[in-house]
Design a binder for this molecule. Structure first.
Ligand SMILES: C[S@@+](CC[C@H](N)C(=O)[O-])C[C@H]1O[C@@H](n2cnc3c(N)ncnc32)[C@H](O)[C@@H]1O
Length: 263
């Protein structure tokens, strides 16, 4: 179990030193490659939303683990009625309040026993943040909190690695198995609507033993680490292939996106 405050301290420092998509994205891969990774995320996220027939002008959205506000910006572009963002860090909340003065931001740990939000939401998004809750009990609590913050009929959109093999952990990230996550999600009361890939080549193949995918990821990271120009060129070249692969595949070797409904 992590020491209390250790996770918060880690994110405060990480985002203080690198506020932006290179800090919330794949740390160490630079600004340019990360900006191409986020272009993939935006395309896939918006495509998933377009299947849900959400009347954007009438919905209240909560974004959990907002970081540098990438999904806050998307929700604003879509014109949703109300946006509340939250993050465990003071640095994110402080910056987000300046960047998005029309939205509301709260500093909180979504895995805490109680959450200081009384209102309920039509949609909750939590992208690339749940796998950073390494403690299993806290992970389940975060899911329960999210469930209770939704209105009946509300949707939960999140990304995870949904591993099909033995779960992988490091100090600040846990890639849980698909079956464990499904169990936790269903235990909360959610109905799973669908799951599909977010990445194919452009992110770490944490859910694959393919020699080809592992080798190509090593090549990508080595190339990108040579400098921003390499990150920019490689991202530009890989982007169309990535969108094609992600839209063709039902299972991905890396991060995937899941949509659940509160009955
Ligand atoms: C990898 S970043 C992703 C940020 C953003 N969702 C995105 O996709 O660009 C993870 C974010 O979750 C926040 N976070 C980590 N654990 C959290 C927790 N228990 N409760 C709320 N936020 C948390 C971190 O501070 C960080 O901003």
């Amino acid at each position: 179990m992590e020491k209390s405050g250790e996770i918060k301290d880690y994110w405060e420092k990480r985002l203080n030193d690198n506020f932006g998509l290179h800090g919330t994205g794949f740390i160490g891969l630079g600004k340019k490659y990360n900006s191409w990774m986020y272009r993939v995320r935006k395309r896939i996220f918006k495509k998933k939303l377009s299947t849900l027939n959400l009347g954007y002008g009438g919905i209240d959205v909560l974004d959990v683990g907002s970081g540098s506000g990438f999904y806050i910006k998307i929700w604003n572009e879509l014109g949703v009625k109300k946006i509340v963002g939250c993050d465990i860090t003071n640095v994110a909340v402080k910056n987000l309040k300046t960047l998005f003065p029309d939205n509301e931001f709260l500093e909180l740990d979504i895995s805490n026993e109680s959450i200081p939000i009384s209102e309920k939401f039509d949609v909750i998004s939590a992208l690339d943040m749940l796998f950073h809750i390494v403690d299993d009990d806290k992970y389940s609590k975060a899911m329960e909190n999210i469930y209770s913050l939704l209105k009946p009929g509300g949707l939960f959109i999140f990304s995870e690695n949904f591993i099909h093999q033995i779960p992988k952990n490091n100090r600040y990230q846990t890639s849980r198995s698909l079956s464990d996550i499904e169990l936790i999600i269903k235990r909360c009361g959610f109905k799973i609507l669908n799951r599909s890939p977010m990445f194919f080549f452009m992110n770490a193949p944490v859910d694959s033993n393919s020699f080809f995918l592992r080798k190509s990821w090593r090549l990508i990271t080595k190339t990108v680490q040579k400098g921003e120009l390499f990150g920019s060129l490689l991202g530009f070249m890989l982007f169309p292939i990535e969108i094609l692969m992600v839209s063709m595949k039902k299972e991905g070797p890396s991060t995937e996106i899941m949509i659940c409904k509160k009955p």
